[in-house]
Design a protein around this ligand. Structure first.
Ligand code: KE4
Length: 435
C-alpha cells in the first residue's frame, strides 16, 4: 500500500503539532513508521489519506461502538448544530441525557457532564477528597485514567506505550499522595487499606482493565475492592470510560453486581464527540458546586451538539443486539486461536465481550508485570503486516482492540486471512518472545 500522502501530511503536521499528533499514542512510536492519516470512516471501515481502506479495530479507542458515521448520530449532530453549538447555559437535552444515563447505570443517581474521561476521573478524585476530607488515592499499576497529575503514576495506555508510566512534570508532592497496588491483587490492597485507611480518600479502578491491553479482573478481586472500601469509608470509583455501554447497555458494574460509589463514563456516551460524565449518590455528588464546596466547571460541559450525539448513541444502543456483537467478536477470537494452534503458537489472547488483545508472550496476562513480558518488537511486526493487509489495529501492544455493531462476517473473514499471514512468520522463526 502507498502511504505517500500520509507521509507528507505527517511531515507537515510535525512542524506545527508536537510529534505531529494531538495524542501521543497516535504517533506510532511503539510500532515505528509513519502513522496513517485518516480521510474518512463509515461503519467498520476507515480510509486513509492515500485512499487505502481498512477494517478498523481502534474505533476511536472504543468510542465508536455503533460504527463510524452512524446515520442517527450524524443527523442528531446536524440538527443540533443548526440551533446553535454552545450556550454556556442549561438545556433540556442535558437533563434528558443524564436521566437516560441514570436509568442505564442506577448507581449514578446524580451526574455531572464534562468533556473528557480525564476531566471525569480528575473531578471524581477531587470530589472524593472533598467528601472524605482525606488526601491519598489508590490506583492500580497499568490502569490508565487520563492525564491528570495524581493519576499519571504507573499509568497504562500511551504512558505505558511510551515507557513513561510516571510522567515528568508531576510534582513529588502530588505523586506521593498516589498509592499504587498491583491489579488483581486484593491482598496487597487489603494491606495498604488496613495500614493507611485514615489517609485514603478513594480507590479508582478500571473494572475491566484495557490500558495494559485487555486484562480481566479475577472473580474475587472486584468484590474484595468493594468490601474493603465500604468497610473503611473509602470512596470506590469505577472508571468505566471504556467499559461503560461496551459490554451491555449500562455499566459493566451491573454484570458484576457491584455498585461503586462513583462512576466515570466517556467515549461511547458521546457518540464520538467530546463528552464524558461522572456520577454517584446524591450524598456524594451534592458536595459539588454550586451546592457544595468542591469546585469543578467547564465552558463546554453539557455542550448541546455533543449531548445530542450522546442521546442519539444511547437511543441506538438501547435497541442494539449486544449478544450478536459479542458473538461476532467470539467468531473472530475463536478463528485467531485456531490459527495460532495451527501454527503451534502460544501467544496469550485475552477477550471479553467485543474487546480483545493478543499479547506477544506465552504467559497468561493478568496484571502489569505479566503484560510487560510481551515482546513489543514482535507486536510491531504483527501490526505492520496487518496494516498492509488492510486491518487497522491499535499502534501499541498495551491497548484493546474494539469491535462495533457495524463489523460484519466479511470483515471477520478478511481479518482472519490477514491474521494468518501476520502470525505465520513467528512459527517459522519459533518466536523467542519473552515469558
Ligand atoms: P480521555 O481524557 O482520553 O477522554 O479519557 C481518559 C481515559 C480515562 N479512563 C480510561 C479507562 C481510559 O481508557 C481513558 C483514555 N483511553 C485512551 C486509550 N486507551 C485514550 C487514547 C489516547 O490517549 O489517545
Amino acid at each position: 500500500m502507498s502511504r505517500n500522502k500520509s507521509r507528507a501530511l505527517f511531515a507537515q503536521a510535525a512542524r506545527c503539532m508536537v510529534g505531529g499528533v494531538n495524542s501521543p499514542v497516535r504517533a506510532y512510536k511503539a510500532v515505528g513508521g509513519t502513522p496513517v492519516f485518516i480521510r474518512s470512516a463509515r461503519g467498520s471501515g476507515i480510509v486513509d489519506a492515500d485512499r487505502n481502506r481498512y477494517v478498523d479495530y481502534v474505533m476511536s479507542w472504543g468510542a465508536m461502538i455503533l460504527g463510524h458515521a452512524h446515520p442517527g448520530i450524524v443527523r442528531a449532530i446536524q440538527q443540533a448544530a443548526e440551533s446553535g453549538t454552545s450556550f454556556g447555559a442549561p438545556t433540556a437535552q442535558e437533563t434528558a441525557l443524564c436521566r437516560a444515563l441514570s436509568r442505564a447505570v442506577p448507581s449514578m443517581q446524580k451526574i455531572r457532564l464534562v468533556n473528557s474521561g480525564t476531566e471525569a476521573t480528575m473531578s471524581a478524585l477531587r470530589l472524593s477528597r472533598g467528601f472524605t476530607g482525606k488526601n491519598r488515592i489508590v490506583k492500580f499499576e497499568g490502569c490508565y485514567h487520563g492525564h491528570s497529575d495524581s493519576l499519571l503514576v504507573k499509568a497504562g495506555s500511551g504512558a505505558l506505550t511510551l515507557g513513561v508510566p510516571d510522567s515528568a512534570g508531576v510534582p513529588a508532592c502530588v505523586s506521593r499522595d498516589t498509592i499504587v497496588c498491583p491489579y488483581n491483587d486484593s491482598d496487597a490492597l487489603a494491606r495498604v487499606i488496613k495500614a493507611r485507611h485514615k489517609e485514603i480518600a478513594c480507590v479508582i479502578v478500571e473494572p475491566v482493565a484495557a490500558n495494559m491491553g485487555l486484562i480481566l479482573p479475577d472473580v474475587s478481586f472486584l468484590s474484595a475492592v468493594r468490601e474493603l472500601t465500604a468497610r473503611y469509608r473509602i470512596v470506590l470509583i469505577f472508571d468505566e470510560v471504556i467499559t461503560g455501554f461496551r459490554f451491555t447497555f449500562g455499566g459493566v458494574q451491573q454484570l458484576f453486581g457491584i455498585a461503586p460509589d462513583l462512576t466515570c463514563l466517556g467515549k461511547i456516551i458521546g457518540g464520538g464527540l467530546p463528552l464524558a460524565a461522572y456520577g454517584g449518590s446524591a450524598e456524594i455528588m451534592d458536595r459539588l458546586a454550586p451546592l457544595g464546596p468542591v469546585y469543578q466547571a467547564g465552558t463546554l460541559s453539557g455542550n448541546p451538539v455533543a449531548v445530542s450525539a450522546g442521546l442519539a448513541a444511547l437511543a441506538a444502543l438501547e435497541k442494539a443486539d449486544y449478544v450478536r456483537l459479542n458473538e461476532t467478536t467470539a467468531d473472530l477470537c475463536d478463528g485467531m486461536e485456531a490459527i495460532l494452534r495451527m501454527f503451534n503458537l502460544h501467544f496469550c489472547l485475552n477477550r471479553a465481550g467485543s474487546v480483545f488483545t493478543l499479547f506477544f508472550t506465552q504467559r497468561p496476562v493478568r496484571d502489569f508485570v505479566t503484560a510487560k513480558t510481551s515482546d513489543p518488537k514482535a507486536y510491531a511486526r504483527f501490526f505492520w503486516t496487518m496494516l498492509e493487509e488492510g486491518i487497522h489495529l491499535p499502534p501499541s501492544q498495551f491497548e484493546g482492540n474494539f469491535l462495533s455493531f457495524a463489523h460484519t462476517p466479511a470483515d471477520i473473514q478478511r481479518t482472519l486471512k490477514a491474521f494468518s499471514k501476520a502470525v505465520a512468520p513467528f512459527a517459522k522463526s519459533r518466536c523467542r518472545c519473552r515469558g
